[in-house]
Ligand binder design. Structure first.
Ligand code: ATP
Ligand code: MG
Length: 552
C-alpha cells in the first residue's frame, strides 16, 4: 500500500536530502527500535511514521529492531502486539524482524575489545555506590577504586561475570571515560550488568546484558543505519553513542539526530506508567478504548489513516510542546464525517405513542446513508405509531433554551413527520413512561407555512430495534499534563467511562462497523472477542463542542 506521509518538510528531511545529494549515502536506512516492555502508544506512532515514512518517501528501508536488553521487563506478548500495531498503521519493515539480542555475541566481543584497550573495567561498587561516586551536575565524580585494575584482571572478572560467578547487581562493566565530564552520561557509564532472568529470545544463555547505550549504537552500526533518529532526551547519550563507535573496530558510524517527543494533553505517554494503569486495573487492559495505545485507539474506532494524518500534522521539530487533544480528535472526525454511514441510535430510550395513527400503522422511509453522498446508498427506515426517542430530548416545561420535543409544542422527526407532544404518562414514582403525541401526516418533506417548528430529533420505531450497549468515554485524566505529576494516579478521571443501554436500527450490522449516530456522535462496534452483547464504543462527538445539549 502506498500511503502518504511527510507532506511537510522538517529539519531531518533537510539533513537526509543533503546527505543523499552529497552521496554520503546511496540510500536511506532507518530503524524503529521499540523495547518490548509494553504496548505501543500514539507517541510511538510519531516515531513509526517518521522512520518508516522517511524510508518510504526516499525509497530507502526501515528496520524493525526489538531493543531487548532487559529481560525482566520484556515479554513475547509485547512483541506480538508491537508487530500487529505497526502493520495496522500501514507500514512494512525491511526483511526479517531484528533483535538486539541477536547481536549479544558480537556485543560481548566489542566489550572485550574495550577492556583490552584499557577503556572498560569491571567495577565491584554496588548500584548505590556508583550513583554516589558519579557526583552531580555541580560536583565532579570520584574514580572507583576498581578503575585502575589491570587489563588482565578485568578480562578475568568479565569472564566470571559472563559465567555466572557473581550475583545480580554485584558487579558491572563500565566504560573508562571521564568522571569529571560535564555530561553525566560520560562519567564511566555502565556497559554490561548482571541479570539472572530468562530472556524471551536467548532463554538462559546469558546472565550479563548490555545496556541500551552500549547495544544501541553498535546495533545501528551493524545494520548500516544511516540516520539514527530518536527523541530529545537522548541528546546527551549521543556523546556516548559516538564515543563507543569511535573506540571499537567497526566499519560504519551512523549519525544520531534528535526530535521532540510527542506529549498530548490529558494523556500519559510512557509505557511504564501505562503499565501501572493496566496492572492496577484503572483501565481494562492495554486496549481499553481510553488508553492512548495504538490498540486502545484502534478499539476506540480510530483508523490508521487518521493517526498518520495526525502525525503528519504535528510535524517534526526540536521544540518541546503539549499537543491539544483536539488536534488528534479533528483528524478522526474529519475523516469519519466523509466516510461513516449515518444511522439512528437511541441511547436513553423513552416511548412515544402517536395517538392519531392506527395501532399497526407502518410506513417505510427510504433514507440516505450519507446526506452529502448518494453513492453511499439508501436504506429503509421503518416508521410506526410507537417510537423511541431520547429521554434527554424531551422537556415538560419550555424555558426557551430547550432543544427538543417540548410538551405542547411541535418538532420534526428526522426524515419524517412533524409531531406534537400533548400528554405525558408517568408511573407511581413520577417517572415518565410514555409521551403521547400527534403526528401531522401532511408534513413529510415539506414545511407548512406559518408553523415554527424548532429542530429535528432522531428516533427509532419500537419495531425496528436491536438492543445495544453504548460505551461513552471521557478523558482519562482531569489535568492537562498528568505526565508532569509524580502521583499521576491522583488525577485519574473517575467519570471517564459510562455505559448506556439503548437501541440501534435492526439491520445495522449489515452496513458497516463505524457509524455516525445522528445527533449523537461517531461510534464503532466493539471488537472484543469476549463480547456476546452488541457494544458500540463512542469514538468522538460530532463537533468540538457537542451540539446536543444534555440536561443530565
Ligand atoms: P516509553 O517511555 O513509552 O517506554 P520509550 O522511548 O522508552 O518510551 P521505546 O520502546 O524505547 O520507548 O521507543 C521506541 C522509539 O519510539 C524510540 O525511538 C523513542 O524515541 C520513540 N518514542 C517513544 N515515545 C515517544 C513519544 N512520546 N514521541 C515520539 N517518539 C517516541
Ligand atoms: Mg524505554
Amino acid at each position: 500500500m502506498k500511503i502518504s506521509t511527510h507532506s511537510n518538510s522538517n529539519f531531518i528531511k533537510k539533513i537526509i536530502e543533503k546527505d543523499l545529494k552529497d552521496k554520503k549515502y546511496l540510500s536511506l536506512q532507518t530503524r524503529f527500535p521499540p523495547e518490548p516492555n509494553g504496548y505501543l502508544h500514539i507517541g510511538h506512532a510519531k516515531s513509526i511514521c517518521l522512520n518508516f515514512g522517511l524510508a518510504q518517501y526516499y525509497k530507502g528501508k526501515c528496520n524493525l529492531r526489538f531493543d531487548d536488553t532487559n529481560p525482566i521487563k520484556e515479554n513475547i506478548e509485547y512483541i506480538h502486539a508491537i508487530k500487529k500495531d505497526i502493520k495496522w498503521l500501514g507500514f512494512k519493515w525491511n526483511g526479517e524482524i531484528l533483535y538486539s539480542s541477536k547481536y549479544f555475541n558480537i556485543l560481548n566481543k566489542y566489550a572485550i575489545e574495550l577492556i583490552n584497550k584499557g577503556l572498560a573495567y569491571v567495577d565491584k561498587l554496588n548500584k548505590e555506590e556508583i550513583r554516589k561516586y558519579r557526583g552531580t551536575l555541580k560536583t565532579p565524580g570520584i574514580n572507583s577504586p576498581y578503575r585502575n585494575q589491570s587489563i588482565a584482571e578485568n578480562i578475568l572478572l568479565f569472564k566470571k561475570m559472563k559465567n555466572g560467578h557473581f550475583p545480580t547487581g554485584s558487579v558491572c562493566l563500565r566504560a573508562k571515560i571521564n568522571m569529571n565530564s560535564p555530561f553525566m552520561i560520560m562519567r564511566d557509564p555502565v556497559l554490561y550488568r548482571i541479570i539472572f532472568s530468562k530472556h524471551h529470545q536467548t532463554q538462559d544463555k546469558w546472565c550479563i546484558y548490555p545496556t541500551y547505550d552500549f547495544s544501541h549504537c553498535i546495533s545501528d552500526a551493524l545494520e548500516g543505519i544511516t540516520h539514527s533518529i530518536c527523541t530529545l532526551e537522548f541528546q546527551d547519550n549521543r556523546r556516548l553513542y559516538d564515543w563507543i563507535l569511535n573506540h571499537i573496530t567497526i566499519q560504519h558510524h551512523p549519525n544520531q539526530y534528535e526530535y521532540s517527543r510527542l506529549n498530548l494533553e490529558y494523556t500519559i505517554l510512557s509505557k511504564r506508567k501505562l503499565n501501572i494503569l493496566v496492572t492496577n486495573k484503572i483501565v481494562n487492559g492495554w486496549d481499553d478504548p481510553r488508553m492512548p495505545t495504538l490498540s486502545g485507539l484502534r478499539r476506540r474506532g480510530y483508523t490508521p489513516s487518521s493517526i498518520r494524518k495526525f502525525c503528519d500534522n504535528i510535524g517534526i521539530t526540536k521544540q518541546d510542546n503539549l499537543i491539544e487533544t483536539s488536534s488528534l480528535e479533528s483528524c478522526i472526525r474529519d475523516e469519519l464525517n466523509k466516510t461513516a454511514p449515518r444511522n439512528m441510535a437511541v441511547l436513553n430510550p423513552i416511548k412515544i405513542l402517536l395517538c392519531n395513527l392506527p395501532e399497526n400503522y407502518q410506513e417505510i422511509f427510504m433514507v440516505p446513508n450519507h446526506p452529502a453522498n448518494n453513492r453511499m446508498g439508501f436504506r429503509p427506515l421503518l416508521f410506526t405509531n410507537e417510537l423511541y426517542i431520547d429521554y434527554f430530548d424531551f422537556y415538560e416545561v419550555d424555558n426557551n433554551k430547550n432543544y427538543g420535543l417540548i410538551l405542547g409544542k411541535e418538532i420534526r422527526l428526522r426524515y419524517g413527520y412533524i409531531i406534537k407532544a400533548i400528554e405525558v404518562k408517568k408511573d407511581n414514582n413520577n417517572n415518565i413512561v410514555q409521551i403521547i403525541c400527534t403526528c401531522d401526516k401532511n408534513t413529510l418533506g415539506k414545511n407548512p407555512k406559518n408553523r415554527q417548528v424548532k429542530g429535528v430529533i432522531h428516533w427509532l420505531s419500537t419495531k425496528n430495534t436491536l438492543p445495544a450497549f453504548f460505551h461513552l468515554y471521557e478523558k482519562l485524566f482531569t489535568i492537562k499534563n498528568p505526565e508532569k505529576e509524580k502521583d499521576f494516579l491522583n488525577y485519574v478521571n473517575p467519570k471517564s467511562f459510562l455505559i448506556k443501554k439503548g437501541f440501534v436500527e435492526l439491520n445495522i450490522k449489515k452496513i458497516n462497523n463505524i457509524f455516525q449516530f445522528e445527533r449523537e456522535g461517531y461510534f464503532c462496534i466493539d471488537k472484543n472477542d469476549k463480547n456476546t452483547d452488541l457494544i458500540f464504543n463512542k469514538i468522538i462527538n460530532l463537533s468540538n463542542t457537542n451540539k446536543k445539549i444534555d440536561k443530565k
